[in-house]
Design a protein around this ligand. Sequence first.
Ligand code: SAM
Ligand code: CA
Length: 248
Amino acid sequence: MAGNNEEKQQNKPIGLIDLSHKTLLQSDALYQYILETSVFPREHPCLKELREMTNKHPRNLMATPADEGQLISMLIKLINAKNTMEIGVYTGYSLLSTALALPSDGKVLALDVNREYYELGLPIIEKAGVAHKIDFREGNALPLLDQLLQDENNKGTFDFIFVDADKNNYLNYHKRVIDLVKVGGLIGYDNTLWSGSVAAPPDTPMLNFVRELRDYVIELNKYLAQDSRIEICQLPVGDGITLCRRIN
Ligand code: SAM
Ligand code: CA
């Protein structure tokens, strides 16, 4: 069994994943077990509807997998987050997971360059009764963050920030969100294992988009590991998520 999986992995270009296997786990059966035992039975019906709607969209590989949505929800509740931000919304799976996990007076500032994607999921978010917690702003996230930073009152005010947009800008996002998150607050950088390519020899077959962004993800991982302003924990959930707790 393990041998078969290894062979399958060796012949397959990195980044070639199908929707039943949005994970770095080496066993499809084990991943399905996690989803079917612990994730799907507890998934909010509107999250399920959003996931199924998104599965039919041509860019569906971008969506946050359900097990990671469950992790985000758990983190938000554990830290009692109230003021949150998401960079990179797409159709809104992680956004709806966030909004559902927040208390009724909680807020999520949601930034995405593409409003059309967000509007695909919006009717389902509205049906879930949590649209009032969302402040969606369309635009390039970097200038939007710079605008936020111009007001000193925004600094150190976010409990949780989830970063899931253009990977080539993650270090630029880090330079900004580190000042927006509060001391003791959490930043989650998504896709930090980048289909496993970060640890692959450079001559490994990889899809073009994986190869093009791989060096940015490797650079981010190195940077986060030496940044004394944060504690980090890199988890092999989904495509890899690095949790950063601001300590000063
Ligand atoms: N978190 C989402 C989910 O749960 O489905 C997935 C986000 S998807 C991987 C990345 C998103 O980032 C896309 O919707 C894209 O439009 C957005 N994006 C890409 N570059 C951006 C930028 N410079 N500023 C803001 N959003 C950007
Ligand atoms: Ca992602």
